[in-house]
Each structure stands twice: as C-alpha cells, then as structure tokens.
Design a protein around this ligand. Structure first.
Ligand code: KIV
Ligand code: ZN
Length: 388
C-alpha cells in the first residue's frame, strides 16, 4: 500500500511573510476555508505571538475550519507557546510548531547562545508545548547549514520530550536535492526512535530548488510531510509550491508511489483566491496554475493535441480546476486547430475551399495580432461570406 504524504500548508504564515502579502483576518479566514475545500491536512494559520492580528486570525480560523489540523508557529519560549495554545483553544485538532535555530551562524550571531543553551531551550519548549497538545512539531531553523552531530543531539532530545513531527528546515534555500535528501536520510538512520515521528521538509526557493529539494527529502530522506504554500508564496523567492508538489506526486505516481488527500480540482480556485487577496499575480508560465500552463500555441502541438491529448499534455487542465486545455489561436496555429475552433463556434462552412479561404484570411490577421479571439474569427468568417 502507498504511504500517505501529509500536505502542510503555510500560506497564511510563511507565505504571509512575503513583503507586501499581508492579509486581514477576514481574508485569512476565506483562504483557510478554501484550503479546507482543497483538503490540506494541516493549516499553519499564523504566528500567534507575532501580533494581535495574527493571534485573532488563528483564533477565528480555529473556529471556522474543522477538518484540517490548525497550527500556530511559536519560538521556543514559554510565552510564545502559551500564546499559541490560547489562540488554538477552539480548534477541533491543533498543533503547536516550535522552532529554534541550530546553525553555528544563527546561534552565535543571532541568538547569541551556546549550543548547549539552544539544546536546553529546545527541550524545554517541546516539553511545555506538550502540556497543551499531543501534536507538537519541532523545527531546527537553518537545519541545512547546521552541524549534523549537533542536529542529531537536538532532535534526539526533542523526540524524547515528545515532539511528534520533526521538520528539516532549509530556511535560506541553501540545499541541493541529493545532499538535502541524503542528510535527512542520515538523520533518520542515526537518531534513535526516528521511526516514531513524522519527518517533514520545509524548503525555500532562493536557488529555485524548493520543489526539487522537497521531493528529494521525500524520496531519499523518507519525509512524509511537505510544508508548502499556494503559488509558492513566501519570503524572498518563496516556498515550495503546493500545486507543483501535489501534481508531481500525482502525475508521477509510478515513481513516487504516494497518496495524498488533496482535491486537485480545487487547485486553480485556491491559486486565484490567494493571488487576488495578496495582489501577487501568477506568472503566465508558472507550472500548473499559470494562465499558459495548459495553452498550446504552436501548430504542431495544436494538431497533436487535437488528435490525442497525451501527445503534449502530461496532466489534464480540468483535473486541477481549469475549464479545459486552451488552444491559443495565433500565427503558429495550423488548419486543424482553426477548423476545430470553427466547429466549437458553431460555424459550418460549406466546402473545404471556404475553409481554406477563411484560413488564409486568419493567417493574414494572425501576422498582425498576437492572439486571435473568437470574435475575430466570427468577423473574418462573415467577411468571407460577404465576399462570395
Ligand atoms: O524557514 C524556516 O526555517 C521556517 C521555520 C520557522 C520552520 O519557516
Ligand atoms: Zn520558512
């Protein structure tokens, strides 16, 4: 039987850390409701101690959304953890996600703490979080730049304190796929009781490898939770894109052999909602949710698609919530695609000679205009009729 991949959405927390992407409480609740329709397993609703707004949003989402686990981030201190627990009090299922940096650079320059102090604080945080819920996630921040022996000590200790999910954070997008996956594998091999917890991946996209690193963490490292955001929203170059992870795992089930609970037909609606609320437009050539992700402009491709969709489509537009694949008519389009659009528009030309004449006029127009719309075709066909 295939293992289940847990989809942990952090659009409302790490996604919102993207400069300019801040959302109101009502907007966050709308997105959380849509994430529930999408059937994500975990919604990281915010960082309760960060602001009153975040606290109130987590509280509202905890009451409004009942299916997914609702999670709040907290630093590894009692105040943050208590605040997270308070915000999550009304949730049907709740998780506290606590983190502390473990890389030499962060410990020395940012925290100004010794490794032993960090270790003690991590243990205390998980122990305290467990007094509120039995679902506690621990993240060693900047894990991909941490010393592996120290990481092993910290993770072994927090597992003993009751952490149930361990998240291998590539905080600054420094990882490369094979190395990231293999480091995770080594951690799982070296740490006692590593099979008693869920291992998670959390990748940033600074080098454009967040999705690849996450998938390597799953396939090589054995992670069974992926942390991701809609449209890859997130600080700097963003986070792992949920839609890409989900469609990669689904389209290449032959390779990944994993199941998930996501309703893929909700992907486009969720992408559009997040884009509209944050004002972050989705680039047209963005995988899965870009306007051109299923558009075919070249004549050879259009001809192939009309004969058999698999020729140039590895997934179906309608499976992710687009109405259908999109044949864009333009100067590269062939006669077949043109004829097909005539049929779709209910235009029945009497003879092949008429089709040819209309096609010639279409090509002339396409040389002057980058995209030919249905209205253009209707007017050029009626011009054709008048000329006879
Ligand atoms: O990138 C990161 O390290 C984080 C943690 C808080 C998990 O977002
Ligand atoms: Zn992050």
């Amino acid at each position: 039987m295939a293992d289940k991949l847990i989809i942990f959405d952090t659009t409302l927390r790490d996604g919102e850390q993207s400069p300019g992407a801040s959302m109101t409480k009502d907007e966050k609740v709308r997105i959380a409701r849509q994430l529930e329709r999408l059937k994500v397993d975990v919604i990281e609703a915010g960082f309760a101690a960060a602001s009153v707004g975040d606290f109130e949003s987590i509280k509202a989402i905890s009451l409004a959304v009942r299916e997914p686990i609702i999670c709040s981030l907290s630093r590894a201190n009692d105040r943050d953890i208590a605040r997270a627990a308070e915000a999550l009090a009304g949730a049907e299922r709740k998780r506290i996600h606590t983190f502390i940096a473990t890389s030499p650079l962060h410990m020395e320059m940012k925290l100004r703490m010794s490794p032993d102090q960090v270790l003690e604080q991590a243990k205390q945080a998980v122990r305290y979080a467990r007094t509120f819920t039995d679902d506690v996630e621990f993240s060693p921040e900047d894990a991909s730049r941490s010393d592996i022996d120290f990481l092993c000590r910290v993770i072994e200790a927090v597992i003993k304190e009751g952490a149930t999910t361990i998240n291998f954070a590539d905080t600054v997008g420094y990882g490369v796929p094979e190395l990231y996956g293999n480091t995770l594998k080594t951690l799982r091999e070296r740490i006692p009781n590593s099979d008693k917890v869920i291992w998670s991946v959390h990748c940033h996209n600074d080098l454009g490898m967040a999705v690849a690193n996450s998938l390597a963490g799953v396939m090589i490292g054995g992670a069974r939770q992926v942390e991701c955001t809609i449209n890859g929203l997130g600080e700097r170059a963003g986070n792992t894109a949920l839609e890409e992870i989900v469609m990669a795992v689904r389209t290449r089930k032959d390779y990944f052999n994993l199941d998930f609970g996501i309703d893929t037909t909700q992907i486009v609606a969720t992408s559009k909602l997040v884009s509209q609320i944050t004002g972050f437009t989705v680039q047209p050539n963005k995988a899965v949710v870009g306007a051109n992700a299923f558009a075919h402009a070249s004549g050879i491709h259009q001809d192939g698609i009309l004969k058999a969709r698999d020729t140039y489509e590895i997934m179906r537009a309608e499976d992710v919530g687009w109405s259908a694949n999109k044949i864009v008519l333009g100067k590269l389009s062939g006669r077949n695609a043109f004829k097909q659009r005539l049929q779709e528009l209910g235009i029945a030309l009497e003879s092949e000679a008429e089709v040819n004449a209309a096609f010639t006029r279409f090509k002339e127009l396409a040389d002057k205009k980058s995209e030919i719309f249905d209205e253009d075709i209707m007017s050029l066909v009626s011009a054709e009729e008048h000329s006879q």
